[in-house]
Design a protein around this ligand. Sequence first.
Ligand SMILES: C[S@@+](CC[C@H](N)C(=O)[O-])C[C@H]1O[C@@H](n2cnc3c(N)ncnc32)[C@H](O)[C@@H]1O
Length: 293
Amino acid sequence: MKNNKITIEEVKKYWGKKNIPQQWYSKKKPFSLAWFNELAFKRFGKYYDYLPKDAEFEYHQGEDVLEVGCGIGTDLVEYAKYGAKVSGMDLGEDQVRITKLNFELHGLPYSEMKVGNAEKLPFADNSFDLVFCFGVLHHTPNTKKAIEEMFRVLKPDGTVLAMMYARGWKHYLKRCFIHGILKGRWMANGCSWQKVYNESSEVHGFTPKTAIHTKREIKKMFNKFPNLELRKKRLGEFFEYKPYRTVMFPKFVRNFLYLLNLESLIGENWFIRAQKADFKKDAKLWDVIFNKY
Ligand SMILES: C[S@@+](CC[C@H](N)C(=O)[O-])C[C@H]1O[C@@H](n2cnc3c(N)ncnc32)[C@H](O)[C@@H]1O
């Protein structure tokens, strides 16, 4: 979705200082190894427990991996731990500096770590086997441009793994109903739902842009990729997600909802796996039963 009204400078300014991602997960001494370790422990064990499997950290050994919008480098460090040749980039100087520190403290190597804009990636065509981009595309002014850039820097058989926000149940309840209608922010924002999403998303709110996408919109933006898999993840079990004020559903409720496979219907993240090459798709059950035999 193109949003011409906001500039990349506004986005860059917002994500600096108090909004540098993940920093509130740990109360240990900031920027120490123990701090980075606890951030990773909470991220992979609690807040985004689907990531270790879906981000395929273990399966890109020896490959060239780029993270677009790397934040403080928690995910990129995981690819490096498993032997990928990693590069990272982010709009913010602070994020890039902190990511470099994260690698240094872990004693892990990286190829390139750059300040830059996802909409104009500072990397050559056909450079990466994997481009990973988590929670970034819905914040950049021209999302379609950033997706085209990821396509450009991928090798011909490369893959994009990305997370973008989906319209899960919490989107309608918290953003639309509670914030937009009950608190009167939809009216106050000139009946603009986009402005309601911008100000009610993220830990401290009031983002320059937070787009919440439908499946159709994502498919359209990724239309250059011949192979596209979209899955809804994360039930929205963190009803409140403020620093040290996370409120979760009780475990038995969560387990019941997962048992009913409701994550794929009402989940709040789109996890996207897009391939540049037109690999043959898996056969459908119908094909196997009626066409192949
Ligand atoms: C919600 S944080 C996600 C960071 C990290 N991927 C994570 O999951 O913790 C959004 C990050 O995207 C970066 N960002 C936003 N727009 C960007 C752009 N156009 N190019 C590069 N980075 C961008 C911000 O600076 C910020 O660090």
